[in-house]
Design a protein around this ligand. Sequence first.
Ligand SMILES: Cc1ncc(COP(=O)(O)O)c(C=O)c1O
Length: 384
Amino acid sequence: MKYNFDKFIDRTHTSSVKFDLRQTVFGRSDVIPMWVADMDFETPDFIRDAVIQRAGHPVYGYTFRDIAYYQPIIQWMRSHHDWTIHRDDIIFCPGVVPAINFAVLAFTKPGDKIIVQTPVYRPFLGAVKDHNRNLLINQLVPNESTYLIDFDLLEEQAKDAEMLILCNPQNPIGRCWTRAELEKIAHICLKHHVLVLSDEIHADLVMPGHRHQVFANLSPETAGITLTAHAPSKTFNLAGLSTSSMIISNPELRSAFSKWIEKMHLGMGNLFGNVASAAAYAHGEPWRLQLIDYLNSNIDFTETFIKEHIPGLHMFRPEATYMIWLDFRKFNIDEEALKNKLVHEAGLGFNPGTEFGPGGEGFMRMNIACTRMTLVDALGRLRG
Ligand SMILES: Cc1ncc(COP(=O)(O)O)c(C=O)c1O
């Protein structure tokens, strides 16, 4: 094993949101931080080396992205996702959340209806409401072991919606949508002329036994109605570098989106983000494979522990992402009281389920991208 994911890194006093904002968010600075979606692991050495090498040059002036930036993305999409894209399809964005907001502004107008499937990463809801668009909630439906899509409702909603913001794979419930499920979504959206924004930031964090399907890659017709948001930030732990792509193969959609980025002068980006992204996609596979093993064994460990030691608590085993969606509903306790218990009695900092919109009541999201030692400590505290 080349990389050591057991190594604990002290991130305090680095202006880390996850560690240094604990006092602000949880009211105490000693909770185990298992909330914000970044990892406690070192950003891999080949990325740090590339950044350090560039940082060694004494001028950090304006830079552009050349083929050395684009080629690794194109190659990665081909080798990992069997998806052929071209340099012109890739539009730099300073983050996936900004990209979602630009897309809402570029393709819809106030009052337009946008479908979002909750529970979901909270900024999806903000991207609709903050720009005075109408939110149509297509709530995901849990059963004993997984979540399913309410396709009948989706079809009804699609009849007068402009856009669907899809989370593929899904955060926080961890579904890696199957090809069949995505085909059904595509069928509905094509039929009713709904534009799809597919956020695929977690596409490279899929657990063994599952396979990510790029939504746009289902068919040429689907590609024609899709904007795909992608980034190296979750997979390689470089969220602080604000570097992502919107990938659009339909030239009309691409040109409309690009105009937005140009008008707002947001295309310059971050010199170090460019360097890090190129290094990640060019050299990242061995690290990613080892990371997936580690995350998956953390998921196994959590599942076994909860089954053996915490009766009444149910976890939805993630098929992708490093988030675990914990179901506390059997304890029949309101969210504020649960949060207080977790923070003040157990010393645990999770995300409350209602942050993710309707369907989050009674749940907590736990980030297990931490060392096994941290996880053992956290689960012990959760058991109480
Ligand atoms: C589904 C999803 N999209 C986007 C983001 C954040 O993207 P960015 O930091 O590039 O804005 C996250 C982070 O948790 C996420 O889970």
